[in-house]
Ligand binder design. Structure first.
Ligand code: ZN
Length: 92
């Protein structure tokens, strides 16, 4: 039996049309968007990562960058999600 006419299952499976073929928004942009959708709430790196569906390390990496983002404030406070006092980010 010949079984090689099918498509390569491991090959480049193109995304559905309409989605950007390249990388979407950066983690930083996604984090800012996420904070905008939760106005008045502050999230620690772990919870922010969780909301974005990312590894916790991604949130920790993005925290210092968020501080330089105009509309975001980073400070030590209680996280709105887990309640722990730690470095949190929120929109101003
Ligand atoms: Zn948290």
């Amino acid at each position: 039996m010949i079984d090689q006419n099918g498509q390569d299952p491991t090959g480049s499976a193109p995304r559905p049309p309409g989605q950007h073929p390249r990388r979407g928004p950066t983690i930083l942009q996604r984090a800012v968007t996420c904070l905008k959708t939760h106005p008045g709430q502050a999230f620690c790196a772990s919870c922010l990562s969780s909301l974005l569906g990312l590894q916790p390390s991604a949130g920790h990496n993005v925290m210092p960058k968020l501080e330089g983002y105009g509309i975001v404030s980073v400070r030590h406070d209680a996280c709105s999600r887990c309640g722990r006092r730690r470095l949190v980010a929120s929109t101003k």
